[in-house]
Every structure is written in structure tokens, then in C-alpha cells.
Ligand binder design. Structure first.
Ligand SMILES: Nc1nc2c(ncn2[C@@H]2O[C@H](COP(=O)(O)OP(=O)(O)OP(=O)(O)O)[C@@H](O)[C@H]2O)c(=O)[nH]1
Ligand SMILES: [Mg+2]
Length: 573
């Protein structure tokens, strides 16, 4: 436990720590290692004092500023005309001077300097330098800072690179900043005034209405020209705003605000993901609806086709029923008996077979004509079903950008799954394999000539023709066999009524069979196509399901953290 804080501050720090723990777990789970590292860094420093981070371009006079501010005998931070500071140097209070290397870019220096009991000061490598990594090292330390001291060389506070870095601090991390014009001893009072005002106007342009600016000279301070150095104003500011017990609470507020900032980023990314998820879910629902609607239309077409075929069957069979009826009447029988006597071989049995033969070929021709009229419509309707789904797939919208800062992986994965769906569906439409159904084509008689050839949607037409032909060929055969058997060894004249009613019975049976076979086969075919279309969506559906779960869980976690954060914030105002 830190010796310099109250029990209340300590308790609050523990709460902040636990909040940051949850936030770092969340950042890890959404695979944002940098974010997680930032949060952990913040968490690690919860018990440290309020932290000043001194930044600025190379050679602005940052290290000299710190040395002068601390009023120590010898320089704590190394100063040189050449780029000097190459690590982050964190100055903390300690009974003895101690320098510990924490990592390749971080040193921890303790000094028995009174002010360090309340504030930690961090010296950073200058930005905008040719030395590699310096900018990155300094940038990485910004989120953990409580107050940024932005040091400019008094001679030139106008560099674009410096103001760009300022934007990073201010916009990206919402850090509070005070500005220092250092090395003012090198300038005339008039020139200094111009640059002082210039700096204020630049800060205004960046959205800082009343920037806090101090002009100082580390050289004068060192020469003990205290009334000229400008450092007493800086110290007064620190005393008024940070030291004297205010620092710890300010730091807690800063920590919460940084966590808030990070949570905002996650939330923003989640909002985009949710929007995309809703679009995808709607798209998927529309696909189902379109498919349902179109398959109903196709089933309707199948019904019309079946009805047409049955009408044709009825008309043709009625014609032959009439012929049979009149042929079996007494005059008809008489006529045939005379013919038989005069050498005509035809007897009743042969006559009836001839009638059956004509009926068979007539029926085939008639059904074929009917089929040609309606099968095309049904094939069109099924093709339309597939085409409409394809149009939907090709036109769905993507809002989750793959170059998005957060959740890039999710965006990339979605794009890949979506592209896979587009490609799989195009292939499905083109190959025609999805429209073949060997089980349905395998008829009792085993004939499905030429069906396996052909590709793409066009094959639907061929298949419909095959399914329908197969059915009625089979049926008329059955009817004729039934009728034919009836005549074997029977004296027709005595059985007229029986023959006619048997004929009628066989015809009706044939009709029922044709109706059942046709509607069954066509309905099954339409359903199979629907299933095959849907098979293409399996990976997409899996992704959608997973994304729905992930989003719910992440949104819950975010809102839980957000609530705790708000509650804590309200308590410490
Ligand atoms: N005349 C004058 N020179 C100064 C003042 N402060 C620093 N200098 C000189 O400016 C040079 C750079 O000073 P540093 O304090 O090392 O600057 P820095 O910003 O820490 O530099 P890096 O760490 O390399 O980015 C050194 O030669 C200092 O002696 C000042 O107030 N007046
Ligand atoms: Mg330095």
C-alpha cells in the first residue's frame, strides 16, 4: 500500500483496479492485444502518484525542464545537445537515489525529492526524431499519464509534427495538457510574446479554449535567476491544482476517464457489428421468405401442370370409353362377327387390343402436348426461385469495413464467409448438380435417358420433363394391362356391363395414380431444390449464429463494466 494516501483513496483504487482487470480481460477476449496492454499498464500504475508526462520534440529542453523543476543539485535527467533521452524515465519518490531498468525502454529512478511524494514525473524521448522507436515509446506512455506537459522550444512552437502529436494526445486519449515555452533566455521579450500568442492561437485552433502556457528558462533557473526563470509560476500552478492532496483523486478520475475512452472504442465497434448482424439477419430472413414464396408459386405451377395432365387423360380416355361402349353394343358385336365370317381375322379380343393400342398412343400424344404447354412454366418458376436467391446474395450490403481499427478480424471473417456464399451459389447455379435428383429420376422402370447431361439452371426443364414423362408412361401401361387381362378368355358379349365398369375402374385408378405420382414427385423435387439452395447457407448461418451469441455476451460485458464505471464516477464527483 502506498504510504501517502488515505484509506478512502486506497479503497477507490482497488475498485478501479478491478474495473481495469475486467476491461483488460474484455480487450483480450476481443483480440485487441494493444488495448489490453494499455489497460494493464494503467492497472499497474493505479497505486502510483499522479503522473506528469513531459513530452515534446527532440531537443525542446524537456530533460532540462525536469531538472530545473525539481531544483536538485545535480541533473537527474541527462541533458545534451545531441538526441539524448532514449528511454522513458519515471521519477518517483524514494529515500535513496536508485535507477532500475524495467525494460528496454523504461527506467525507474527514485529520488528523495519532496514533490515526488505527490507527483511522479516522466521524461520521454523527443518526438520527430530520426532515432527509431522514440515516437512509439513516447506514444505508448500517453494513456497512463495524468497530465501532459508539452514542451516547445520557445523559438519555434509552430512545427506541424508537434501539433500532430498533440492531436494524438488530445483527441485520441483526451489528456489534459499544459504548454511550456522552454529556453526563453534565447529570445527577446518581444519575440517571446509573439510566440506565446502564436502558441495560444494554435491551441485554440485545436479546440483548447483557454490553454495554460508557461514561458520558462531552465538555464536561468540553474543560474539561480529565479525571478526571470518563470519556474515559480509553474510550481504555483502545480500546488494550486495537483499537490496538497488533490492528486490521488484526480488520478482516479483520469483512470476512469481513460477506461471510459477505451470502452467507448469497444462499444463503437460493437455497434457496427450489431448493425451488420441485423443487416445479415434481415438478409437471411428475406432469403427464407423469398424461398418460401417462390416454392409456393412453383408448387402451384406443379398443381396446374398436374391438373392439365389429368384433364387430358380424362378427355382421351372418355373418347375410348365411348368407343368401347358402342363397340360392345349388340350392333357392334354383330358387325364384327360378320367380318370374322368373311375372312377378317379380327375378333373381339383383337378389336379390344387394337382399341387399347390406339388409346395408348393417343394418350401419350395428348399428354405430351399438355406437358409441353405446362412443364416450361414450372421449370421457369423453379429457375426463378434460384435466380432470385442469387440476386439477393449478390446484393447484400456490407458496412463492417475490413480496414476498421477494431474487430478487423471479425470483419475479415465475415467478408470471407460471405464471399464463399456468393461463390458457392454461383457454382451451384452453373453446375446444375444441385438440380439433379437421381432418387427421383430412378423410376420403377429405371429409365432416365439423357438426364445426367446438361448443366446449370437449364437442366431444371429437362428434369421436369423426365419426371412427368416417367409417371404417365407407367400409368397408361398399367391401365392397359388391366383392361387387356379382362378380355383374356372371356366372352365379351355376355360381359358388357362388367367390362365397361372394369374399364372405368382401371381408368380411375390410373388417374389417381397419375395424380399422386405427379404431385408427389414434383413437390418432392421442389422441396429438394429448396433444401439444396439452403445447404449453401450453412457456413453463413453458422457464422451468424456464433456472431449473435458473441455479440450478446460482449454487449452484456460492456454494459456491466459501463454501469460500474458510471456508478464509481458518480460517487467521486
Ligand atoms: N539556452 C538554453 N539552453 C537550454 C535550455 N534548456 C536546455 N537547453 C539546452 O538544449 C539542449 C537540449 O536540452 P535537453 O534538456 O537535453 O533537451 P530534451 O528535450 O530533453 O532532448 P531529447 O531528450 O534529446 O529529446 C541541451 O544542449 C541543453 O543544454 C535553456 O533553458 N536555455
Ligand atoms: Mg531529454
Amino acid at each position: 500500500m502506498n504510504n501517502f494516501v488515505s484509506a478512502k483513496v486506497y479503497a477507490l483504487r482497488l475498485e478501479v483496479e478491478s474495473l481495469l482487470s475486467d476491461l483488460s480481460l474484455l480487450s483480450n477476449d476481443i483480440r485487441q492485444p494493444e488495448m489490453a496492454a494499455t489497460v494493464l499498464e494503467l492497472k499497474k500504475r493505479v497505486h502510483e502518484p499522479f503522473m506528469f508526462v513531459v513530452v515534446g520534440e527532440v531537443k525542446a529542453g524537456k530533460s532540462s525542464f525536469i531538472n530545473a523543476l525539481l531544483q536538485v543539485e545535480k541533473d537527474i535527467c541527462a541533458v545534451s545537445p545531441a538526441p539524448m533521452t532514449d528511454t522513458i524515465q519515471q521519477l518517483l519518490y524514494g529515500e535513496q537515489e536508485e535507477i532500475v531498468s524495467i525494460g528496454p525502454y523504461l527506467k525507474r529512478i527514485t529520488q528523495p525529492v519532496e514533490i515526488l511524494k505527490e507527483i511522479a514525473i516522466v521524461d520521454t524521448p523527443g518526438t520527430n526524431t530520426i532515432v527509431e522507436h522514440h515516437q512509439e515509446i513516447t506514444e505508448s506512455f500517453i494513456p497512463a499519464s495524468d497530465l501532459i506537459i508539452f514542451v516547445f522550444e520557445a523559438k519555434n512552437p509552430y512545427r506541424e509534427s508537434a501539433w500532430k502529436f498533440f492531436q494524438f494526445i488530445h483527441n485520441e486519449w483526451r489528456r489534459k495538457v499544459i504548454f511550456i515555452l522552454q529556453q526563453k533566455d534565447l529570445m527577446s521579450a518581444e519575440d517571446l510574446k509573439i510566440n506565446y500568442e502564436g502558441l495560444i492561437s494554435h491551441a485554440n485552433k485545436q479546440g483548447i479554449e483557454n490553454p495554460i502556457v508557461f514561458s520558462v528558462s531552465a538555464a536561468y533557473e540553474k543560474e539561480e535567476k529565479y525571478d526571470l526563470s518563470g519556474f515559480s509560476a509553474v510550481r504555483d500552478f502545480i500546488k494550486a491544482h495537483i499537490t496538497g492532496g488533490k492528486g490521488p483523486m484526480l488520478k482516479i478520475k483520469n483512470n476512469i476517464s481513460t477506461a471510459d475512452n477505451i470502452l467507448d472504442k469497444i462499444e463503437l465497434g460493437l455497434t457496427d457489428r450489431r448493425t451488420q448482424f441485423n443487416i445479415d439477419t434481415k438478409f437471411r430472413k428475406e432469403v427464407d421468405e423469398t424461398l418460401q414464396h417462390q416454392s409456393e408459386r412453383s408448387e402451384n405451377q406443379a398443381k396446374i401442370l398436374t391438373e392439365n395432365m389429368i384433364a387430358a387423360y380424362e378427355r382421351t380416355t372418355r373418347k375410348y370409353e365411348e368407343e368401347l361402349s358402342s363397340g360392345l353394343s349388340f350392333p357392334g358385336m354383330l358387325k364384327r362377327s360378320f367380318s370374322a365370317l368373311f375372312g377378317n381375322k379380327e375378333n373381339s379380343k383383337e378389336w379390344i387390343q387394337g382399341l387399347a393400342g390406339r388409346m395408348d398412343s393417343d394418350l401419350k400424344q395428348d399428354l405430351k402436348n399438355r406437358l409441353n404447354d405446362s412443364a416450361g412454366d414450372l421449370a421457369d418458376s423453379i429457375q426463378q426461385m434460384a435466380k432470385l436467391i442469387d440476386a439477393k446474395i449478390q446484393n447484400s450490403s456490407t458496412i463492417l469495413k475490413t480496414n476498421y481499427e477494431i474487430f478487423q478480424e471479425i470483419a475479415d471473417k465475415r467478408v470471407a464467409v460471405y464471399r464463399e456464399l456468393q461463390e458457392a451459389f454461383s457454382a451451384f447455379l452453373q453446375s446444375g448438380d444441385g438440380f439433379k435428383d437421381n432418387q427421383l429420376l430412378n423410376t420403377p422402370s429405371g429409365s432416365s435417358p439423357g438426364i445426367v447431361t446438361g448443366s446449370g439452371l437449364a437442366i431444371v426443364g429437362i428434369i421436369i420433363t423426365a419426371i412427368t414423362q416417367v409417371s404417365w408412361l407407367d400409368i397408361t401401361g398399367g391401365v392397359l394391362t388391366g383392361v387387356g387381362l379382362l378380355f383374356a378368355g372371356v366372352t365379351v358379349s355376355l360381359q358388357r356391363g362388367k367390362v365397361l365398369s372394369k374399364f372405368r375402374e382401371e381408368i380411375d385408378l390410373g388417374k389417381i395414380k397419375m395424380d399422386k405420382e405427379l404431385s408427389n414427385r414434383l413437390t418432392i423435387y421442389i422441396q429438394r431444390i429448396k433444401e439444396k439452395i439452403l445447404e449453401n447457407f450453412i457456413p453463413f448461418d453458422k457464422m451468424l449464429e456464433q456472431e449473435g451469441k458473441d455479440l450478446n455476451s460482449l454487449e452484456n460485458r460492456v454494459s456491466t463494466i459501463r454501469e460500474r464505471m458510471n456508478e464509481l464516477e458518480n460517487r467521486i464527483i
